[in-house]
Ligand binder design. Structure first.
Ligand code: SF4
Length: 150
């Protein structure tokens, strides 16, 4: 399956205290005011890539403890996102974190099954906090013993 990816790089900040490989999806239809990643809003930006190519690039980061998926808005490319997360889970086996402007309740089960950590909700600059996550309305969900905890 194909999707548009803006970049893949090492991250030291997106999962606290962990080294991650960050996969930036291109395109975001949510358009939060004061978004820090407006350069990723265009759904035609980035590079068209298939699941196998993205997985190969992720695998070039053997020191990463997590794969973190962000953007842009990853859920705007839902079918590709589900396919990629399944492949990561089966073949790379690292835990997967995701940042989304959408709420946990709209995540399909097929996607939730592959994820381990979710940071969700739109960025609201009026609720900005100097920590993690960036605004106080955003929620964090972790999977523990196959159950989601917030
Ligand atoms: S969801 Fe993320 S990328 Fe999209 S506008 Fe909001 S902060 Fe920016």
């Amino acid at each position: 399956m194909n999707g548009r990816i803006a970049r893949i790089c090492t991250s030291f900040i997106d999962v606290p205290d962990k080294i991650s490989v960050a996969v930036y999806f291109a395109g975001c239809s949510i358009r939060c005011k004061d978004c820090q990643n407006k350069d990723l809003w265009d759904k035609n930006s980035g590079q068209l890539s298939n699941t196998k190519e993205v997985l190969e690039k992720i695998n070039k980061h053997p020191l990463a403890e997590y794969v973190v998926i962000l953007g842009g808005e990853p859920t705007d490319q839902m079918d590709f996102l589900i396919d990629l997360c399944k492949e990561i889970k089966q073949k790379n086996k690292k835990p997967i974190a995701i940042y989304s402007g959408r709420e946990f309740e709209v995540f399909p089960k097929e996607l939730l099954d592959s994820l381990d950590l979710i940071i969700c909700g739109p960025y609201k600059s009026e609720l900005h906090v100097g920590g993690w996550p960036a605004s106080s309305n955003q929620r964090i969900f972790r999977k523990e013993n196959e159950q989601w905890q917030s």
